[in-house]
Design a protein around this ligand. Structure first.
Ligand code: SAH
Ligand code: SF4
Length: 362
């Protein structure tokens, strides 16, 4: 871990901050105060943390400066108001967060890695390869910065881990970040309003089912046979459907809650009536919802979004057989913020300094 890439204050638990405050000559409860300032009030400047002793504020500034990311770019789509934030971390790597607006209710889409090693053939993030994992503070800072960009009256209702990266390949830091976001001393979000989306890292799905933080689970299924899924989600060769579907079922049963299967519809690849029949059959034993996502074209993949008629035909075959089916037309498409289409559109690490917006400080 480079000097620039230290956790700093962001991404530390109240306990870790209590220990830090103690080490720097303060009291443990000062650590909990710092946690609140940062995670509840979005204050990143020690000088503004008025209930901390002056001396401690100075020491913190010297010994534990906060490594804030910078907002490099922020774009809002005229059509649906979705805002994409491109954040640059101190090592100049970039990740994105998307603010999705739906009648005042906000869903934040957060990234857990820079790039992704799994190389799904329809995904922009997959095409850019893997750069590195994000640490907890880099994930929570997406939330904290996005909150500063909300309009009056808007509140964050849901979080979806559907930005860049595979959260279950960055398990510990992702979970740590979610524990911070659900902490009563922090933003206090409800775990049931946070959805973790995975391409199917089976052992980690089992592990997640046993955690005391009850996140919702979405599995990017995209095909009902190994043959087709191998093509779309290469991870399927490692964890085929015979392992993934039982893991999904075990998760749903343990939590007594439906999981979501995401299914991208790609013309001629996985959108035929036979595909729909097979999908309905495969998921029948599993308490689930199915979210159909018409494919968002990317410049490099040879795939096409199906016509509305084909999408509807697929949905109609599924619907009576699988009780909950929704079709999601990815929001943010206009600002190239549709899930899976994130920072790959921007040159990474090559932006001249003059283009960097100053960090959004309170
Ligand atoms: N790695 C995780 C989470 C990030 S991807 C996962 O794969 O689930 C979030 C969602 O965006 C996934 O369901 C993914 O399949 C979808 N996605 C990626 N590229 C897409 C595209 N071009 N069109 C529509 N959905 C896409
Ligand atoms: Fe990675 Fe998810 Fe994209 Fe697949 S769809 S490459 S797992 S980010």
């Amino acid at each position: 871990m480079t000097e620039n890439h230290k956790p700093g204050i962001l991404g530390q638990t109240p306990e870790e901050l209590a220990e830090l405050a103690g080490r720097l000559g303060g009291k443990p409860f000062h650590g909990r105060q710092i946690f609140r300032w940062v995670n509840q009030r979005g204050v990143f400047d020690f000088e503004q943390m008025t209930d901390l002793p002056q001396g401690l504020r100075k020491t913190l500034q010297e010994k534990a400066p906060i490594n804030l990311p910078k907002v490099v770019k922020s774009t809002t789509a005229a059509a649906d108001g979705a805002t994409k934030l491109l954040l640059q971390y101190p090592d100049r790597q970039e990740a994105e967060a998307v603010i999705i607006r739906d009648r005042g209710k906000i869903t934040l889409c957060l990234s857990t890695q820079i790039g992704c090693p799994l190389g799904c053939t329809f995904c922009m993030t997959g095409a850019m390869g893997f750069k590195r994992n994000l640490i907890a503070g880099e994930i929570t800072s997406q939330f904290l910065f996005a909150k500063k960009c909300l309009k009056p009256g808007e509140t964050v209702r849901n979080i979806v881990l559907m930005g860049m990266g595979e959260p279950l390949l960055n398990y510990d830091e992702t979970l740590k970040a979610m524990r911070i976001l659900t902490s009563e001393q922090g933003p206090g979000l409800a775990a049931r309003r946070i959805t973790l989306s995975t391409a199917g890292v089976v052992p980690k799905i089992h592990q997640l089912a046993d955690e005391n933080i009850k996140l919702k689970l979405a599995i990017s299924l995209h095909a009902a046979t190994n043959e087709k899924r191998n093509l779309l989600v290469p991870l399927n060769k490692k964890y085929p459907l015979e392992e993934l579907l039982p893991a999904a079922e075990a998760f749903a049963r343990k939590r007594k809650r439906r999981i979501t299967f995401e299914y991208i519809l790609i013309e001629g690849i996985n959108d035929t009536p036979e595909d729909a029949m097979l999908l309905a059959k495969k998921v029948a034993p599993i308490p689930c919802k199915i979210n159909l996502i018409p494919y968002n074209p990317t410049p490099f993949a040879p795939y096409k979004r199906p016509s509305l008629a084909r999408i509807n035909r697929f949905r109609e075959i599924l619907f009576p057989r699988t009780p909950a089916v929704t079709v999601r037309f990815s929001k943010g498409g206009e600002v190239e913020a549709a899930c899976g289409q994130l920072a790959a559109n921007y040159p990474l690490n090559h932006l001249p300094k003059k283009f960097l917006a100053p960090a959004l400080t309170p």
